[in-house]
Write a protein that binds this ligand. Structure first.
Ligand code: ASP
Length: 584
């Protein structure tokens, strides 16, 4: 038996008990006549004591050789500690060691296994197994397990069945590139790894499973923007015989359950916001509503004066920065530089100070009088002491820019408190989105999303106006889930694919199996998927998903620990009937 107890559970009630413990040497203090060792495992730390008087000479000598991270087993007696440590559960006791076995020696770790380590991200990722020994990473993984357990509890209690779907499949269009896997047995052919189990879960509905879920890996070969992973985990769900309302209710229930069980937070009914309103008020389809600073559109009160920049803009829009009038001229100039950075891309920023005496002072006083500026304050909801910041330009661009500024200022003002949870549903997304570069429409959610009833005819005339039964669940400015009511008849699916630019043959080749299934009695159905990594990191009060993934990839999609991806040898290529002809 390696252990009778773990390193986190012994306390004063165990005094005089004989115990066996196993674990890692966190650190040892050698006073010559006395050695203390902190023994660590997943559950905690227990102090061991070896001393000249009570420990045999050879054990003492062995103890002197213990290095950091050695794996050892000890037998001994629980005794009361002379100087107690109130900060840890085992702080009242220590183990007077009578037997010591070194189970495995360890090289000196390349960084300290402490909560605050001296190791940078790269080295910690290379030795991730050592990183996982540190409390912050370990606790994040335990936290993740708790979240997934609660997901399973809730969904199982609501009659959802967990079903696995295959990884070696054919393209599922979720808007990214596929990772492909060559097939040895089918020369020249490739599987695609699923971007999501979308079509399979729909087929499970045709198969009568009624309520499905799966905690499942998805694979998307995207350019890795900050904090994306090429493989990530979804809580993927689908239900039959449901309308949007049913889905919103059940998954609002799941989210509320998680907030309560995991965070101890009770949240009111989630607000629902139309996509159009989210864009108008926050410039963003995943608004952070922990704070206000809603957009005020100023065209009516800022155009038709002599200020050409505003007159020529499609949209003039501003926000009130609480207390912003205290910013110095220099600070405001810095803010202007911030919005002009290429990542944000604004050409400039107009501002108006709201003075305590009710007067205003703007950067465009030449064109606007006090009455004008009072209207700006009114429209943006600015009060005395605030600063109105205004951007102008093409609607989509300027909204994105002001949204970035809003988030940045909120961060600086400390309004994004990770302990506050503000979920909401964003509903009525457009069905299609115009790709400005190609001029083609593509599915905003995915091609299986159904248009709002009665809007299908609009596809021919005003495709951009068609709304979908599609919804996102947003938490603290992050999309944590999204889904839709699906098309469940072949004819509508065919129309949709046609509008997405698929020829009849392509549609049949790629999605024939789904459309055929729709001809064998497909129930109305819909669902959604949560991004588990992000959900866990937000519930955990952090925003980096990597911290909640045991073995994440870096920003170039590499696993630096196992050094993947890597070339394969010629023999393997031959077996696959592949020849490399790298273009660069
Ligand atoms: N398959 C979708 C996604 O990955 C989710 C859904 O529509 O259920 O975003």
């Amino acid at each position: 038996m390696y252990r009778s107890h773990n390193c986190g559970e012994l306390n004063a009630s165990h005094i005089n008990t004989e115990v066996t413990l196993s674990g890692w040497v966190q650190k040892s203090r050698d006073k010559g006549f006395m050695i203390w060792v902190d023994l660590r495992d997943r559950y905690g730390i227990t102090q061991l004591i070896f001393d000249e008087e009570r420990t045999s000479k050879d054990i003492l000598e062995q103890a002197q050789k213990l290095g950091r991270e050695f794996v050892i087993q000890v037998k001994g007696t629980v005794i009361e500690r002379a100087s107690k440590n109130p900060n840890i559960p085992t702080g009242d006791i220590e183990i007077l060691v009578s037997e010591l076995t070194i189970l495995n020696e360890a090289l000196l770790p390349p960084f300290t296994i402490e909560d605050k380590t001296d190791g940078g991200e790269d080295i910690r990722m290379k030795y991730r197994y050592l990183d996982i020994r540190r409390n912050p990473v370990k606790n994040n993984l335990i936290f993740r397990a708790k979240v997934t357990q609660e997901v399973r509890n809730f969904l199982s209690n609501n009659d959802f069945i967990e079903v696995e779907t295959p990884y070696l499949i054919k393209s599922t269009p979720e808007g990214a590139r596929d990772f492909v896997v060559p097939s040895r047995m089918n020369e020249g052919e490739f599987y695609a790894l699923p971007q999501s189990p979308q079509t399979f879960k729909q087929l499970l509905m045709v198969g009568g499973m009624d309520k499905y879920f799966q905690i499942v890996k998805c694979f998307r070969d995207e350019d890795l923007r900050a904090d994306r992973q090429p493989e990530f985990t979804q809580i993927d769900c689908e239900m039959a015989f449901v309308e949007q309302e049913d889905i919103l209710n059940i998954f609002e229930g799941l989210t509320r359950h998680l907030l309560k069980e995991v965070n101890g937070v009770e949240v009111d009914k989630f607000p629902r916001m139309l996509y159009d309103d989210a864009m108008r008020l926050y410039g963003n389809d995943k608004p952070d509503i922990r704070f206000g600073m809603e957009f005020g559109e100023l065209n009516a009160v800022a155009q038709h004066k002599d200020f050409g920049v505003f007159n020529n803009a499609e949209l003039v829009v501003g926000i009130a920065v609480p207390g912003g009038n205290s910013y110095t001229r220099k600070e405001i100039d810095k803010l202007i530089d911030w919005v002009k950075r290429p990542q944000v891309g604004a050409l400039g920023m107009v501002y108006s100070r709201c003075n305590d005496d009710g007067t205003f002072k703007s950067s465009v006083d030449k064109f606007y009088d006090q009455d004008d500026l009072a209207k700006w304050a009114e429209v943006t909801g600015a009060k005395a002491g605030d600063l109105v910041c205004i951007l102008s330009g093409d609607t989509n661009k300027v909204r994105a820019q002001l949204s970035a500024l809003r988030m940045e200022l909120a961060e600086r003002l400390g309004l994004r408190d990770p302990k506050v949870f503000a979920p909401l549903w964003v509903i009525d997304f457009p069905l299609l989105e115009l790709d400005e570069e190609t001029g083609h429409y593509h599915a905003m959610h995915h091609p299986f999303t159904s248009p709002k009833p009665g809007q299908i005819e609009l596809l021919d005339t005003n495709p951009g106006d068609v709304k979908a039964n599609a919804y996102d669940l947003v938490l603290n400015g992050n999309e944590i889930g999204g889904g839709s009511i699906r098309i469940h008849d072949k004819a509508t699916q065919a129309i949709m694919l046609k509008h997405l630019g698929f020829s009849e043959e392509d549609a049949k080749a790629q999605f024939g199996f789904l459309m055929d299934a729709f001809e064998y009695g497909a129930p109305p159905h819909g669902g959604l998927a949560f991004g588990l990594d992000r959900l866990v990191s937000i519930l955990g009060g952090q925003e980096t998903i990597r911290d909640f993934i045991a073995f994440p990839k870096n920003n170039s999609g590499r696993d630096v620990m196992i050094d993947a991806p890597a070339p394969i040898d010629d023999e393997q290529l031959k077996e696959l009937n592949l020849k490399l002809d790298l273009q660069s």
